[in-house]
Design a protein around this ligand. Structure first.
Ligand SMILES: *Cc1c(COP(=O)(O)O)cnc(C)c1O
Length: 397
């Protein structure tokens, strides 16, 4: 097998530098185990950033995708095919709103772009988003994103968008008026370090949106598809938004995004208003349907809720851990020191993949079907690595 070093110079000579140097070259995977080009195996506790909902090479997905691509792979949106209808019906059922209508695209940014355009159809242009939130990197989605480091090099962005502090209902109340087209909100800030809002925050925003006739858009790109132990991250607040955006886990590892409009919001788009060549592609829809079926058949929502508690309590007692936050299998491990990168590197050397979201936060987002014994292995390794970095005895790979 090729050594990892063979790939890095070729990547540098052929791929743009927008990501910084990638960490490892992976060649294959099965379930929650992923293998690099030297044959070393890792326990994948990042899941392609909350994307590989059922891990890798899940038999149900492999079968659904193989069947679909051998029968019908693409038709364009001039035509229908059964899988896109089946998936839209399934998403409608999961939202619990028979008026829900879905627009399909290929990514989270595109799903939020679609929501942005939908909101223009209210006749209003002002938008309220939150500081720290991540909604994607295309110009519209970036205008919604509340992270100056990602925005500043690309100013000017869309006008009419204000960012209020996340979790601050009073700020929301002041900023949202009868001129506001939409409020966009992540139920839990994912990229900003798994930050939870106070209880009642989403319910409060729902009230404000109702009073002002504003669309409430919930970006469930990271917190949807069972990631938090329920289908959509807002369910814990007992509300229904006007728009839900999905991507990441939706396609079970294939690129698929969705913008689901509920109630009257579902009537805002008219023919010709929006489109996407690949949106609702049969192969990606087949993969999403297999993913949803597997989550239901194996009761993975129950599995996630149960082991989430176990993971959180166990992690909280590890060396150097200040706080453990998040819901389901989206967990932020807040460290006492700003040594998240060091800890990530040590874990990687020991065969565990996690991500250093910010300087003092490690994020884990394992596949929803990660096994109990894999969770135990992760905890054992995390404990050793956490002791290691806090003793200052890091050995780098
Ligand atoms: C990842 C993410 C996005 C962007 O998704 P892409 O598929 O990378 O465009 C948008 N919103 C949230 C909450 C995300 O986590």
């Amino acid at each position: 097998m090729k050594a990892q070093e063979d790939f890095a110079p070729r990547w540098e000579r052929s791929v743009q530098a927008n990501y910084g140097a990638p960490l490892v070259t992976f060649v294959k995977a099965k379930g929650s185990i992923i293998t690099d080009s030297s044959g070393k195996k890792y326990l994948d506790f990042l899941g392609g950033i909350a994307t590989s909902a059922l891990g890798h090479a899940n038999p149900a997905i492999v079968e659904a995708v193989s069947n679909q691509i051998s029968v019908l792979s693409h038709v364009s949106n001039f035509y229908m095919h059964p899988k896109v209808i089946e998936l839209a019906e399934k998403l409608q059922e999961l939202t619990g709103d028979s008026n829900a209508r879905t627009f399909f695209c290929n990514s989270g940014a595109e799903a939020n772009e679609a929501a942005l355009k939908l909101s223009r159809r209210t006749g209003r242009i002002q938008i309220v988003a939150t500081q720290g939130a991540f909604h994607g990197r295309t110009m519209g989605a970036l205008s919604l994103t509340g992270q100056p480091a990602k925005r500043d090099p690309f100013l000017p962005l869309l006008p009419g968008i204000v960012h209020v502090p996340f979790g601050d209902l009073a700020a929301m109340r002041v900023s949202v008026t009868k001129k506001t087209a939409m409020v966009i909100i992540e139920p839990i800030l994912g990229e900003a370090g798994v930050v939870m809002p106070p209880i009642g925050y989403l319910r409060g925003i729902r009230d404000i949106c109702d009073r002002t006739g504003t669309l409430m858009v919930i970006d469930c790109v990271q917190t949807g598809m069972g990631r938090t132990g329920v289908w959509f991250g807002y369910e814990s607040e007992g509300i229904l938004p006007d728009v839900i955006t999905l991507a990441k886990g939706l396609g079970g590892g294939l690129p698929l995004g969705a913008m689901i409009a509920l109630g009257n919001a579902a009537k805002l788009f008219k023919p010709g208003d929006h489109g996407s060549t690949f949106g609702g592609n049969p192969v990606c829809c087949a993969s999403a349907l297999a993913t949803i079926r597997e989550i239901e058949d194996k009761n993975l929502l129950g599995h996630v809720s149960r082991y989430s508690k176990f993971l959180k309590t166990s992690l909280a007692s590890c060396a150097g851990v200040k706080e453990v936050r998040g819901a389901g299998f989206l967990i932020g491990i807040v460290l006492k020191r700003k040594n998240a990168v060091e800890l990530r590197d040590l874990l990687q050397a020991r065969g565990i993949l996690v991500n250093a979201t910010i300087a003092n936060v490690i994020r884990i987002a394992p596949p929803l079907n990660v096994t109990k014994s894999q969770i135990t292995t992760f905890l054992k390794e995390f404990e050793i690595a956490a002791k290691g970095v806090n003793r200052g005895t890091t050995s780098r790979a």
